[in-house]
Design a protein around this ligand. Structure first.
Ligand code: ISE
Length: 336
């Protein structure tokens, strides 16, 4: 029997996930939708023929719902994840797991009390082909151990209001998770340097670009350029320097065009397109893992580690100094 999913939130990412589960994913269906506003919930429910619940509480109380996808505004995640655990539902929560590290810790503790994994966090880059190839090559040890990682995260322009700390919490958060997963290593310290600033911020207070430097416990240095106003395209780069070789993430395979006395390949314009396949694989594997009774994707602990690292980076933005990343004890359910 298919997993019956309740969708919480009916914004763009919620709608995308509903389409995915309905049109691309096997082994699950969207049974109900709940959102603070009725109208978008009805629109999203109509895509898949699901019912609309009056509230998140009603959706969580429904006996026919096995799991929920939480794609509501970030500030509501903590309360909704905790309520879903309480109701015995499996949870897929879009990033961030909670808006504070303390909030993530409360979720980790609640899940640890249950004694098994119930939560997966939406760090979709772990499901991207290119990152998976990188991880496999690192794991093979064929090129020696990794020493350094060079990353770039470039957006054409931010959507809506964007502040200096959001370059960490919304943008760098993806590299914080995926690099730690690639290297299978935790962060020891972080630092932020502000290079010459772009005039593309149009007079807003946002500091852009930023150079973030993270060092792992085993000493690997990661330099991450975050440039959210690059104007030219959505551009994600990752290169791992190992002892005996350099591993570069492949570019997305777009057509090579010769025209107008130029030879070029188009760049994506946003993450929805750049990571479209990763999002599909992410939800498909989550559904398969629920059927198999064992979750393997990004855990609540990974969500917590990302939040603690993000806090250290924001402290580093303020202080200009190297900041330690202090995690505390990891509950047994998350240890491999
Ligand atoms: C956005 O929230 C994302 O998650 C994107 O992947 C990232 O590139 C962008 O900078 C964020 O604002």
């Amino acid at each position: 029997m298919g997993i019956r999913i309740g969708m919480i939130g009916a914004g763009q990412i919620g709608e995308d996930h509903v389409r995915r589960v309905t049109e691309k994913i096997s082994g699950a269906e969207i049974a109900a939708v709940a959102s603070r506003r009725r109208e978008p919930a009805e629109k999203v429910a109509a895509i898949c023929g699901a019912r609309v619940e009056n509230s998140v509480d009603d959706l969580l109380a429904a006996k026919d719902i096995d799991a929920v996808i939480i794609a509501s505004p970030s500030e509501r995640h903590e309360e909704q994840v905790l309520a879903a655990l309480q109701a015995g539902k499996q949870v897929f929560c879009e990033k961030p797991l909670a808006v504070t590290a303390e909030g993530c810790r409360r979720i980790v503790e609640a899940e640890a009390r249950i004694g098994r994994r119930m939560i997966q966090v939406g760090f979709m880059r772990r499901y991207d082909q290119g990152y998976r190839q990188l991880r496999k090559a690192i794991e093979s040890k064929e090129f020696g151990v990794p020493l350094m990682v060079h990353c770039a995260h470039r957006n054409i322009a931010p959507h809506g209001t964007f502040t200096t700390d959001m370059s960490v919490t919304q943008t760098a958060i993806h590299e914080i998770d995926v690099t730690r997963w690639l290297l299978d290593d935790d962060y020891a310290s972080v630092q932020v340097i502000f290079p010459r600033q772009t005039s593309n911020t149009d007079g807003t207070v946002l500091r852009d670009p930023q150079m973030m430097i993270l060092q792992t416990k085993s000493g690997v240095c990661i330099n991450l350029e975050v440039y959210v106003n690059c104007r030219f395209g959505y551009d994600i780069q990752c290169e791992v320097v190992c002892e005996n070789g350099v591993l570069r993430m492949p570019e997305p395979s777009n057509l090579l065009i010769r025209a107008d006395a130029k030879r070029y390949t188009a760049l994506e314009t946003d993450w929805v397109l750049r990571f479209v396949e990763a999002y599909d694989v992410e939800l498909q594997e989550w559904v398969e893992d629920m059927h198999a009774g064992i979750l393997r994707g990004p855990s609540a602990w990974d969500g917590y580690v990302a939040a603690v690292t993000a806090d250290a980076l924001m402290a580093a933005q303020q202080s200009g100094a190297v900041q330690p990343v202090i995690l505390g004890d990891c509950p047994a359910i998350y240890l491999k």
